[in-house]
Design a protein around this ligand. Structure first.
Ligand SMILES: Cc1cc2nc3c(=O)[nH]c(=O)nc-3n(C[C@H](O)[C@H](O)[C@H](O)COP(=O)(O)OP(=O)(O)OC[C@H]3O[C@@H](n4cnc5c(N)ncnc54)[C@H](O)[C@@H]3O)c2cc1C
Length: 497
């Protein structure tokens, strides 16, 4: 008999979980509050150019990578268009302090050698650092889709060490320490709290090989939606779940904003757990977990700029570019210093299908705290007021000036500019405080950012970036574990991949 599963949230986690459960013969219905399906995979068009609202680099999509294996298993890999970043420069790092540009190659060996050549006096230290970094990642079974993924966390004492301390135990040169941490914003990084293993997993993904979608990232959402429908499932947009009703320790029904009612056998929540707590009418966590969740901090947000460029004026760059005012900025991604903002950011030129030598757009992400726009926290999209618009426009200008510093002549290439603030991220993704990666993963409280897949309600499960790892690779990995929990078979799906 088909068992019906309702999935709340049609973002990365919801869609992957739905497709995996569809493959297991479950009849799935995905409920998404927004008119657009995809969550972090959404794209939008301005002036004939398509921008990705979020996703710009993707780890694990290369042959053999975990995301590649999941997409292959789902039969959607062939529908995706993507390319690797440049092998000789997977990432560029520019430091304005001394005018240095670092072109960091892809791959463990080239990455190691690159830094060994720059800092020969630290040759052995760099080798030992990289070896331990990769060893930390290797201890996380679920990351590699190995059976036994639910096993106990590592006993390596570096596992939960703050990332900056982990780097410092191997290398001494302060510049080198910063350079080795350049991927920290993708890990939601902060020197004091990001556990070394989260940092190691992100480094593993992006040092090994990272990819970019050719064309919008929403192609992945489209492929997943088609797969879900092909398997007999439904994906409903404009359907916000506003209440979850419990009875006798089980979810009895769900109510949507338009009054529709759903009575599935099983429910998977792929929304932020703090939002989940607001709509459920009973106890789904232990008292300790509830208290922890109520006070849990979220990761930082971002101010994003989307520039449409004049045709044939600016080169397409096949890698992201990280810019810092000074080396000590590398762990300061969630800070807002009004006088000097932005002091660290990443920019990139979106990759199109049949991408030519010139870019049609440039996108900038300045990782910033929600507090920068706290004063407009009670406003809604399109009604934030003239003072907000002026503030937004001033900050957009500051960002464009910094890109000009990195790429002289850039401002002349710009045709039109759009911007999104942490408020935009909050309201479009429904993420508390516009957080990019959800709950903070905190080495001071190792289990703070990790929620169980199961809840106290026996037919309510969780998935998404707050359970284990965030991002386009981390969230599908969690989806595999959630789907296995729903079908009640540990390793039941992993073994088929
Ligand atoms: C600006 C930005 C840039 C990023 N860049 C990258 C990147 O380059 N690479 C990378 O790997 N990751 C990146 N990320 C992170 C990545 O987008 C997230 O980790 C990922 O989208 C999280 O997946 P999720 O399913 O948990 O949440 P989401 O993808 O956000 O999906 C949650 C969905 O639930 C819906 N929802 C919420 N409440 C309800 C409700 N009550 N009823 C119904 N639906 C509801 C939301 O509308 C949303 O669609 C970025 C994020 C942002 C914001």
């Amino acid at each position: 008999m088909e068992k019906q599963v309702v999935i709340i949230g049609g973002g990365v986690g919801g869609l992957f979980t739905a497709a995996l459960l569809g493959m297991e013969g479950r009849k799935v219905t995905v409920l998404e509050r927004s008119p657009h399906i995809g969550g972090g995979l959404q794209s939008f068009s301005r002036n004939g150019v398509t921008f990705d609202a979020g996703m710009h680099v993707v780890g694990g999509l290369q042959p053999g990578g975990s995301l590649n294996r999941i997409c292959r298993y789902l039969g959607i890999l062939d529908q995706l268009h993507y390319r690797q970043v440049d092998a000789d420069c997977g990432d560029e790092v520019v430091c304005f302090e001394d005018g240095m540009t670092y072109r960091i190659p892809q791959g463990r060996e080239p990455f190691t050698k690159y830094f060994q050549q720059l800092f020969p006096e630290e040759k052995e230290n760099i080798q030992r650092y990289v070896d331990h970094l990769f060893a930390l990642a290797d201890q996380v079974d679920f990351f590699f889709l190995r059976p036994g993924s639910g096993s106990a966390p590592s006993s390596d004492e570096a596992f939960y060490q703050p990332s900056a301390q982990f780097i410092a135990r191997y290398v001494h040169n302060p510049k080198l320490r910063s350079l080795l941490a350049y991927l920290s914003p993708l890990a939601g990084g902060d020197a004091g709290y990001t556990p070394a293993y989260v940092f190691a997993l992100i480094n593993y993904l992006y040092i090994n090989a990272h990819s970019r979608f050719e064309g919008p990232a929403e192609q992945l959402a489209d492929a997943l939606v088609s797969k879900i429908r092909e398997l007999g499932g439904e994906v409903l947009s404009d359907t916000e779940v506003t209440a979850i009703h419990l009875e006798d320790g089980r979810v009895r029904s769900l109510t949507a904003a338009d009054g529709r009612m759903f009575t599935p056998e099983c429910v998977v929540s792929s929304i932020h757990p703090q939002s989940l707590l607001n709509i459920v009418d009973g106890q789904i966590f232990t008292k300790a977990s509830r208290n922890r969740l109520a006070t849990a901090q979220n990761n930082y947000s971002a101010f994003c700029v989307y520039a449409v460029l004049k045709e044939g004026t600016f080169p397409y760059l096949n890698h992201p570019c990280y810019c810092w005012d000074s080396y000590d900025m590398v762990w300061q991604f969630g800070k807002y210093d009004q006088e000097n903002w932005p002091q660290n950011f990443v920019y990139f030129t979106p990759c199109e299908r049949n991408q030519g030598p010139y870019a049609r757009a440039l996108q900038v992400i300045v990782f910033s705290p929600f507090s920068m726009c706290e004063q407009w926290a009670d406003t809604t999209v399109g009604k934030r007021g003239a003072d907000y618009e002026a503030w937004k426009s001033k900050h957009t200008d500051l960002i464009l000036n910094k890109i000009e510093k990195s790429r002289p002549g850039f401002r002349n290439c710009v045709k039109q500019v759009y911007a999104a603030t942490p408020l935009t991220v909050r309201d479009y993704y429904d993420q508390p405080e516009g957080s990019l990666y959800g709950l903070l993963k905190d080495s001071r409280s190792p289990f703070s950012g990790y929620l169980p897949i199961r809840t106290k309600a026996e037919n309510l499960f969780m998935t998404g970036q707050n359970v284990y790892l965030h991002g386009c690779c981390g969230v599908p990995l969690t989806a595999v574990m959630t789907a296995e929990a729903v079908i009640g078979e540990t390793d039941g799906i992993v073994r088929k991949m």
